[in-house]
Design a protein around this ligand. Sequence first.
Ligand code: 13P
Ligand code: SF4
Length: 326
Amino acid sequence: MKHGLPNDKGKIVNLKTSSHTADLIERTQELKRKKNAVILAHYYQDPDIQDVADFIGDSLELARAAQKSKADLILFAGVHFMAEGAKILNPSRKVILPDLRAGCSLSDSCPPERLAKFKKENPDHFVISYINCSAGVKALSDVICTSSNAIKIVERAPKYRPILFAPDRNLGRWIAEKTGREMTLWPGSCIVHETFSERKIIELKVHHPDAELIAHPECEESLLKQADFIGSTSQLLKHVIESAKQTFIVATEAGILHQMQKRAPTKTLIPAPPNQNCACNECPFMKLNTLEKLVHALETEGPEVTVPEAVRLQAERSLRQMMDWS
Ligand code: 13P
Ligand code: SF4
């Protein structure tokens, strides 16, 4: 899906919506108009937040939407690296994140100082970083990629230079296999996508022999090997909508099921079960954002996400390189 999924603004209150939620939604719409604000949301956000957003998309689509936004205020309903990306690409806008603690385990696995040390010791390496990284890491990278354009980006990397792929080793391994490019992989991973139980997925496949297993490339190698379709969140959604199949076991964060159910109401969707009897297939960082915090963020125009200008300029260079190559 090239341009993500704009929401049907004004058609968001359903009968099941509690009056408290309805009040928060109404207040959000009011504040958006008053402040000339736009809400960009990732698919892993709570359904209420997705329904109140102006634009929902995968990381690449959200970065593009942020880059071209003319709103005075961009509220990013996602995690910190996404809001930073919006600020890097559209610095004259004020960017706010409902909860500044909304981080990312992948991003945390690659502190800029450690990448700087690697680069010092391996100056010949061409550094490709997955967008799930901090502004500091983006500033040290040659080019950025997302799960929807990683193959294209790796194929464009100079053939005469060794590649470091950071920080997701699972995505990196999958891309290396797809492109045939040898790459050094940073040892990072996503706590959510490493949680799925292969044993339980096999059991599900036995009970639903016609179901397709669809997976995000942040999942572990052994799970990806069993998957019928692999793609970014938007690509998974598009696949469910367009596939002739009826039933899907979905191996990514459970928030995406809301859009899948909305856009493909006749399909049967089974969230891939985690190892433990926990809600580990929900990203604890994404879920820090709530409708209450959204309203508070719009009211106070904070917490604001800023990036020091020297870092922003370097990070913009690697993000723009990605935009040019994809
Ligand atoms: P995409 O939406 O780009 O597939 O990324 C998933 C993700 O992990 C976001 O944190
Ligand atoms: Fe990070 Fe994983 Fe959460 Fe995505 S799902 S924000 S990669 S921790």
